[in-house]
Design a protein around this ligand. Structure first.
Ligand SMILES: Nc1ncnc2c1ncn2[C@@H]1O[C@H](COP(=O)(O)OP(=O)(O)OP(=O)(O)O)[C@@H](O)[C@H]1O
Length: 591
């Protein structure tokens, strides 16, 4: 399916110097940047493609990837454009011209055309590989479980009516190589996962095989750590044998990048690939909605066809930062095919009260219901008008910032980290009046005013930080959080993820202050209380998935800062990304 493209890029306003004609006319905000145009012109020149319309299509394809799409449909772009005043070529003739271009028809094509979709070659290959690998996994003989044991284990580990949906997932995992387990917050995904792992381990034991080698992975270190803890907590529940408990608690989790193995010579390839597959018998990916097309393709190609692949996630959350909407596409592509490995958990098991009701209304696009819940007076969900924004944010952030500073100053980094985990301001934007950076800096200025002098910048005792890039050398992962505490005369940063470690600030490369963070970065984390700063209702980042993701980060309460109009605008704006994966999978299954 393709949908209109929506972009947000602060470089939009840059002008492509020295480019005339059609491309220059499309160099307008929110459409083509100077960089898109330069790339298109350079590549077109290399293959001798002179057509301005084809160059325009190439620039739009380059641009679409940065907007999260993996392909474009010219007809769809023309139909849905917010710039109808531009001289768009007639879509059918335009598409035909692209299809006949040397950019497509070369030994090493730059673009690929399939049906009405146009891809950059790399994304076409990734999508085709992923689809082929997933379908190919089911072409091998299915696992043959010990039926008697399976029936007994399913009854023991998934007892009664309340486990019916999860039991279906457990059975699917025992009978197939691929399992996709989806559901909203509190629908029992982790519970089902731990129990289905026990079913698989029991089957392996019965056939005298060595203990299952399980890889638990997630796109971020934070999400991986959460999964490990959650699986270990499920192991304490009823139904497990002591042996299963010990085994589940001994499982370790890592990022997908760490599992696949970084390669110093190549940023997009890994040590494990289809020639050197992973040794694990079961590979579990949690928070799969965050996984880009590139990373999912690399992971799936590295999984042995006789290993279980278990993808867990909530397809209604924001998609990956990089291009793709893989989990959503897989759910749609497999649809209700009899061979579909998808189990969607629907029943809520955790009392989520108004937060879950609100998140469900947002997910279902029901703005009236959402507003009604926000007006109900339930203390766990509040809508606070954005007209006194600085005062409101000050009330929300400053008391915690002060206690973090006080605790950190006396060396209680753990205590300060606990305060950090109790609340987070989530923003749609990184910069600008509604941006996380802006409010992080504002909190620092408020602390300066408290202290009567400027605190150290960027480092001061009590500065909470968020790691924003993986650092293999230091074993630090995107999403890890830390607290700055005194170290003699200087400072050090306590990172308390899997283990407690401290680092000299100068060793930490990519870190941000963490009083506020973007909703994108918050994926895979949860906080006791969450405040969500909604941007103006015309912000392109204000989408249904963004609001749903933000709401589902909260454990006990949510404060939305913004107008009712902004809430409605978010709910009425589902994220639009173009991808051909669902249709490709559907076609491959029908073939
Ligand atoms: N079948 C069940 N019967 C009763 N309680 C259940 C069942 N499944 C899960 N629960 C309980 O519901 C709560 C949520 O379960 P779980 O953590 O597995 O959900 P989840 O989908 O992984 O949630 P999240 O996505 O928010 O992490 C837990 O307290 C769990 O013990």
């Amino acid at each position: 399916m393709t949908e209109p493209l929506v972009f947000e890029d602060r470089h939009d306003r840059h002008v492509a110097v020295g480019v005339g004609g059609l491309l220059a006319e499309f160099n307008v905000p929110e459409l083509l940047t100077a960089a898109d145009i330069r790339i298109a012109v350079r590549v077109a020149e290399l293959v001798g493609e002179q057509s301005e319309a084809v160059r325009l299509a190439l620039a739009l394809a380059v641009r679409s990837v940065r907007g999260g799409s993996t392909c474009i449909s010219l007809a769809e772009l023309v139909r849905s454009t917010q710039h109808p005043e531009l001289p768009w070529p007639e879509p059918e003739a335009w598409h035909a011209e692209v299809a006949a271009s040397p950019l497509v028809d070369a030994d090493v094509p730059v673009m690929r055309v399939e049906g009405r979709l146009i891809y950059l070659d790399r994304y076409f290959e990734l999508e085709s590989d992923l689809c082929r690998d997933l379908v190919g996994r089911d072409e091998h003989a299915a696992p043959e479980p010990d039926e008697q044991l399976l029936a007994a284990d399913l009854a023991r580990l998934f007892p009664g009516e309340s486990y019916a949906e999860q039991r279906a997932a457990g059975e699917r995992a025992a009978r197939g190589w691929t399992t996709v387990l989806t559901g909203g917050p509190g629908t029992g995904k982790t519970t089902a996962l731990a129990r289905l792992l026990a079913v698989l381990a029991s089957q392996a034991r019965a056939t005298g095989r060595p203990p299952l080698r399980v890889a638990l992975v997630a796109p971020t270190g934070k999400a991986a750590a959460r999964m490990k803890e959650a699986v270990a907590a499920v192991a304490d529940q009823d139904g497990f044998t002591d042996e299963e408990r010990a085994w589940l608690k001994g499982l370790t989790a890592s990022t997908m990048h760490r599992l696949l193995g970084f390669r110093p010579d190549n940023g997009t390839r890994f040590r494990h690939d289809r020639r050197r597959r992973l040794p694990h018998d079961v590979v579990v990916v949690d928070e799969s909605s965050m996984v880009s097309l590139t990373l999912m393709a690399r992971l799936v190609e590295a999984v042995r066809h006789d290993s279980r692949l278990v993808l867990v996630g909530d397809p209604d959350q924001l998609s990956s930062i990089e291009a793709g909407t893989v989990l959503r596409d897989l759910v749609r592509g497999w649809g209700s095919a009899p061979s579909s490995p998808v189990t969607h958990l629907r029943s809520g098991h955790r009392f989520g009260g108004a937060i879950i009701d609100l998140a469900s209304a947002v997910r279902d696009g029901d703005a009236d219901a959402a507003i009604e819940i926000l007006r109900s007076g339930d203390p766990s969900v509040r809508l606070v008008a954005g007209d006194r924004l600085p005062e409101t944010i000050r009330e929300l952030l400053l008391p915690d910032a002060r206690s973090m500073a006080e605790l950190a100053r006396v060396g209680d980094g753990e205590g300060a980290l606990r305060v950090l985990g109790s609340h987070r301001l989530l923003c749609a934007h990184r910069e600008g009046p509604f941006g996380a950076e802006t409010w992080n800096q504002q909190v620092e200025r408020w602390l300066d005013a408290d202290a009567g002098h400027t605190l150290g910048r960027p480092w001061f005792a009590g500065r909470p930080v968020l790691v924003t890039e993986n650092d293999r050398g230091l074993r630090l992962y995107n999403g890890d959080t830390g607290m700055t505490i005194p170290d003699g005369e200087g400072l050090k940063v306590l990172i308390a993820e899997d283990e407690r470690r401290t680092f000299a600030p100068s060793r930490l490369g990519a870190v941000h202050t963490a009083y506020a963070m973007t909703v994108h970065r918050s994926q895979g984390s949860q906080f006791e209380r969450v405040s969500v700063l909604l941007p103006d209702d015309d912000s392109r980042l204000l989408t249904r998935e963004l609001l749903y993701t933000a709401l589902t980060r909260a454990e006990s309460s949510v404060t939305l800062l913004g107008s009712e109009g902004a809430v409605r605008a978010a709910i009425n704006t589902p994220v639009l990304r173009a991808s051909g994966l669902a249709e490709r999978l559907d076609r491959a299954l029908g073939a």
